[in-house]
Design a protein around this ligand. Sequence first.
Ligand code: COI
Length: 363
Amino acid sequence: MSALSFTPATTDRRVSDEDRAAILAAPGFGQHFTDFMAFARWHAGTGWGEDALIPYGPITLSPASAVLHYAQEIFEGLKAFRHADGSIWTFRPERNAARLQRSARRLALPELPTEDFLASLRAVAAADEPWVPEPTGEASLYLRPFMFANEDFLGVRAAKTVDYYVIASPAGAYFPRGVQPLVVWITDEFARAGTGGTGAAKCGGNYASSLQGKAEAAEHGADEVMFLDSETHTCIDELSGMNVFAVTSDGRLLTPSLTGSILEGVTRESILQLAADRGLEPVEQRLVASEVVEQIAEGTITEMFAAGTAAVITPIGELRARGGSWTIGDGGSGATTLSLRQELTDIQYGRIPDRHGWLTRLA
Ligand code: COI
């Protein structure tokens, strides 16, 4: 039973049916926002309260708000999927709730109980029901819960007032070119996260620290950047906002092990399970970048892909680095990659049985 109820506000500030239909026809990623957002505030001493479902709109912050200075902020990413019968579901939200709690501990923020997290998602999905795309294509409603320090205080300590919101945004493919094979640049200059740092937390700072690497990738004609571990600059960590996988010719699915600097992706965990279900051997290990490119060159790594809630599963066609470039397989979308993608999205859209009980009904 959740303590917070996120009671809807009445509003006449809804996007018109016509404008919403135009947005849903080509949503892109993260560009358009719905009519409502969920809100709750935490005060040290009294805990979570002030919960409401309010019209989507600007937030007023004091220039002294702690988040603007010390980046005490965390977030999550989930999707709401419409099934053929009109019902609305999300994928493994309890895993996102648990990760938000782990991120909160790392960033000295208060933990939001799982039931309250689920209540906030349900409130937004119910109020924004017309925004959940029809299940004809692969669009969904991206849900973005986030939490930040909102105390006007410039001393460095954990804030005593913290705000939590859930906003929603209709989403198509994350990458502008759609589900086309990515070119990925391996940066030898920048690291995303370091030992003992915040790499495993889903905090804004990790994504800010990825931006210069992404810009370097773009300078080399690549779509994405691959970060190596900060200590030895040899082992693959992840991309700017996705985990990374490799398929081998002898039936293994490789992904970097969780060393503390890698995000514990819900999609990552689900793919490892789907791989095992179909007899692919899931292997979590340290992946040395120089060995990976050698195995691509000799044909023992036949496919690679990026995985995350937003990216779903997106094929990688080529790795580039200062020392050369390596085409993976024939540079196209690998058969295993596409078939895992199909299976995952078929489960999410209710097109095949949810054999692991991964779906939760929102509305
Ligand atoms: C997600 O996949 O939900 C993320 O938060 C990653 C971000 C790059 C959009």
